[in-house]
Design a protein around this ligand. Sequence first.
Ligand code: SAM
Length: 322
Amino acid sequence: MTTEGERFDRFMERALYAPETGFFTSGRGSAGRRGDFLTSVEVGPLFGAVMARMLDTEWDRHDRPATFTVVDAGAGVGTLLRSILAAEPRCAGALDLVAVEIARTQHPGLPPQVRSSDEVPRVEVGVVIANELLDNLPVRVLERTSEGWRELHVVEGRAVVRPTELVGPDEVPVGARIPIAEAAVGWVRTTLDRIDSGRLVVIDYGADTAELARRPAAGWLRTYRSHGRGGPPEEDPGSQDITYDVPFDQLPGGTRTTQAGWLRRHGIDALVDEGRRIWAERAAVADLGALRARSRVREAEALVDPAGLGGFVVAEWQRPDL
Ligand SMILES: C[S@@+](CC[C@H](N)C(=O)[O-])C[C@H]1O[C@@H](n2cnc3c(N)ncnc32)[C@H](O)[C@@H]1O
């Protein structure tokens, strides 16, 4: 970096993904864990079990093809794919499982059924899932000043605003900052182009741009370090996670729902009821199966909590477009 500094998204990319020194690529960032709470994938196997039901529905809808590709984008240590396999979906025999992870050298030891890739491969028929990926892609940050729009840069560890070619929405008041999710938009477009037939499912925290503009930037642009909140984002690149609330309205089309609603649509309640029944039958034995069944109740509470993971957004796209 020169003393001229760099645009915030380029700084963020370097801070998180520079070879050897980035927060994720150095192995400092343990994917999946966020501060004092966990991603849905890391809460336990229930999230993957619901995903497995969704995959069976999609596989049926495509008349049960012999090969059904499932890509986990931003797979971290591969927990989601492991949970999907453990749930033994009906489509198991057709599954071509792919883990896409930019910091994959940090995450050896995927199950043998899973192939690893640097980018989303072509999907003839199947599903691409991205849980908490978009919030970690580099983001541009605009500020509305009394002189017009300015863009956040980082110069020698300090945040400064400079003129920009970008223009934000009219309704944003002077003094407010908004994210411009150029990389996330590009990722969604590229990924949709790679799916011949199937679905893209993106799950993340976020809101519309107008709502984020009403919050202080320190609310929607956050850092985490050692399982707690970190310092200012421009500080000590590589030492902390940088993440932002995804402005979902900037993504191209698709449908949106809450994580709680989406999990219910795909049968979380039936899985919890089944867990309760198994526990009631086998509590006296208290074997691993019985304990797992009981844990579904607690996992479900966390996954559908409207003030937490349940309030996350699930955005979906169908290919080819209907
Ligand atoms: C917050 S973690 C989420 C991990 C996992 N999906 C989960 O829900 O627990 C985000 C992951 O995305 C990875 N990542 C970031 N940009 C990526 C990209 N362009 N392609 C693939 N993986 C990426 C990061 O290295 C990190 O492991």
